[in-house]
Design a protein around this ligand. Structure first.
Ligand code: RIB
Length: 640
């Protein structure tokens, strides 16, 4: 491209083009001058160097001065770079580690005849002093995330406002205990804190001292997340995408889900690979790239507009982008189900019949599958869509890992599961006869460490919970402590007794649902009375609902309004182990969805029925889809 080409396109003589680019256009109309300049720029025409003579209009260059390394400013830089090249300017990037560094870069830009400089300021700065040696005609703009430089041509996006917007979004959803996670040495740390504090203050929320994490590493952030889950907090506000991803990862390690268990919001993550977030991250975009772009556009507009140019300052508002990571806090939905119970590795031995004393039998099949009443009930409820937090103890062995994975894979929160290094994971040796009936011998192992203090340490999970499922294969004091605790908190309990011990009357009266099978009922109420009479006795003792599970005969309910039998679902039994756990977990889920007791018992009967059609307990528990196939049956109320 030559001057002649430009002249031909503009429809003027080469001399006119030459005059315009040589700044000698006094005799040329303003309209022609602008036309020539437009074409010069459009075709990115670079006139021979001797014509330029420091005139900024043609392929000039601008400086971008940053206070820190390129990594944290990468978005800003790419915005500025894009704007500069769109306008035909080269951009020289200067990063400053110190004031001396900055002064050196500035004087180099001055002496090389930069047309303008965009300065990013991250703190108060004396611009007069900084630019004291600048050539008279130097043009500059200031970009910042703080509005501290009124009076200068600024591009500005309020980082504190962005943090506030993020916190307020969470508050709008009902969150009140919001963790803030940021980087300790980040230049916008103070703004982040200011915005967060302001949102809490405006909404009359008392700041929690343990809700703040200013970290140096992702390990530190992850440890904080774990700690925060022990409390009653419900949401995380993260300074950037890396921290948000760390929150996601840590929560999922403990079977906690976003946004079901915790809401997460991130700042400034527009350049992050958002597809790593499942569900997509809700974020407040502080528009760092736009900020770089605006600063550079404003600079060039001023360079080209000269002294007459109107003020080019631009203010960008942070933008909220709604992904799927924010939802109302769980306790406000009142659907959480806490499970306190045993966790065992089940060693299942299939045989023709259960041996009697002195008999010597050969096993037909041997299986090792995750079990234990607490773990079974947790998995059962989670598979049906319940929001489950399990509290229990596992050994730090292979069996423990297998059980832990089964909980996590099925969507149970394991934040309340303690790993005991000194004891093995509990085991249950289960003999299963050909007709599906079973007999169990247990070795408690780590389950013995499920002491009241473990439940106490996890008391935050009971906050707003609707049900607590308690199986009494755990230390007795813990079962009693949990029943007492739930009674005080108004949380409904569903208790599975064992054949080893009768529950005393002072505890019976605190139980909302007692669900024994026939054998457990015999231990609970000794004597020759009928099932109905025994249920009456338990009801009279104060248990509000007594449901006796009767295997293939179904179950019997006794409460204040009803004395009623329910039929079994009628499936062919392969292994009846854990049918009671399937029943209890389904009962809790359906009741917590506000179904009535009749439908809930029928729903539970189908869940129990399906669970006996396969080997083992946890793998045999039905998921919601399988169970819904029978919805017309469990929604039809039995007569009588
Ligand atoms: O209810 C069935 C469970 O009881 C088995 O999984 C076994 O571990 C025992 O605890």
């Amino acid at each position: 491209m030559t001057i002649r080409d430009i002249a031909a396109i503009a429809g003027v003589s080469p001399a006119t083009v030459s005059k315009v680019i040589n700044n000698k256009a006094d005799s040329i109309t303003e309209e022609t001058r602008e036309k020539v300049l437009r074409i010069v720029k459009e075709y990115n025409f670079k006139p021979f160097r001797k014509y330029i003579q420091n005139d900024s209009t043609f392929g000039g260059f601008v400086g971008l001065l940053l206070p820190g390394g390129t990594k944290e400013y990468s978005d800003f830089i790419s915005g500025a770079q894009a704007a500069a090249s769109a306008e035909g300017y080269s951009m020289i990037l200067c990063t400053c580690q110190s004031e001396a560094d900055r002064d050196k870069h500035l004087s180099s830009l001055f002496s090389r005849g930069a047309d303008g400089i965009a300065l990013y300021l991250d703190r108060e700065a004396d611009l007069e002093e900084m630019l004291a040696d600048a050539p008279e005609k130097l043009v500059y703009t200031v970009a910042s995330n703080r509005q501290s430089l009124a009076g200068h041509c600024m591009a500005y996006c309020d980082y504190a406002a962005a943090a506030k917007l993020a916190a307020e979004h969470l508050i709008k959803f009902g969150h009140r205990e919001i963790a803030l996670i940021g980087w300790r040495s980040h230049f916008l740390r103070e703004d982040l804190l200011a915005g967060y504090n302001e949102a809490l203050y405006d909404n009359e929320i008392i700041k929690q001292p343990n809700a703040l994490c200013l970290c140096e590493s992702l390990e530190e952030a992850s440890a904080f997340v774990r700690q925060f889950t022990y409390g009653s907090g419900t949401a995380f506000l993260c300074q950037d995408a890396r921290l948000a991803a760390c929150v996601y990862r840590t929560l999922s390690r403990y079977g906690l889900q976003v946004p079901r268990d915790y809401s997460v919001i991130g700042l400034s993550v527009h350049s992050a690979p958002l597809d790593v977030f499942e569900p997509e991250l809700t974020m407040v975009d502080v528009r760092f790239r736009d900020l770089g772009c605006s600063a550079m556009e404003a600079l060039i507009a001023r360079i080209e507009g000269g002294a007459k140019a109107p003020d080019q300052s631009r203010q960008l508002s942070p933008r909220l982008w709604q992904g799927g990571s924010v939802a109302p806090p769980l306790h406000s939905a009142g659907k959480r189900i806490v499970v306190v119970g045993s966790m065992n590795m089940d060693v299942i031995i299939h045989m023709t019949h259960i041996p009697t004393s002195g008999e010597n039998l050969q096993a037909q099949r041997l299986l090792n599958l995750p079990g234990g009443k607490g773990a079974n009930q947790g998995v059962g409820a989670a598979k049906l869509g319940g929001n489950v937090h399990a509290i229990g103890c596992l050994g730090s062995d292979q069996e423990g890992r297998l059980l832990y994975n089964s909980l996590v894979e099925n969507g149970v929160s394991t934040a309340g599961v303690r790993i005991i290094h000194e004891k093995p994971t509990g085991k249950a040796y289960i003999l299963v006869a050909e007709n599906g009936e079973s007999t169990i011998v247990r070795a408690h192992g780590a389950n013995d460490e499920l002491q009241p203090n473990v439940v106490k340490d996890n008391s935050a999970y009971f906050e707003g919970a609707r049900f607590c499922l308690i199986s009494t294969e755990i230390p007795w004091e813990t079962a009693v402590y949990t029943i007492d605790f739930c009674a005080e908190k108004g949380i409904q309990t569903i208790v599975k007794p064992t054949t080893q011990r009768a529950i005393p009357p002072e505890i019976l009266k605190k139980i909302t649902f007692l669900v024994p099978n026939e054998k457990e009922l015999e231990v609970q109420v000794k004597g020759a009375q009928s099932i109905e009479e025994k249920a009456d006795i338990l009801y009279a003792a104060g248990t509000r609902n007594v449901i006796i599970t009767l295997g293939e005969k179904g179950c019997y309910l006794r409460n204040g309004e009803l004395r009623r039998y329910f039929p079994a679902a009628g499936f062919q039994a392969v292994d009846t182990t854990g049918a009671g756990d399937a029943f209890i977990s389904a009962l809790a889920v359906y009741l917590s969805e506000d179904h009535d007791i009749l439908s809930s018992i029928q729903f539970a009967s189908y869940a129990a029925g399906l669970s006996i059609t396969r080997d083992g307990v946890q793998p045999a528990l039905a998921d919601r889809m399988a169970l819904e196939l029978y919805s017309d049956k469990f929604n039809a109320h039995p007569s009588g």
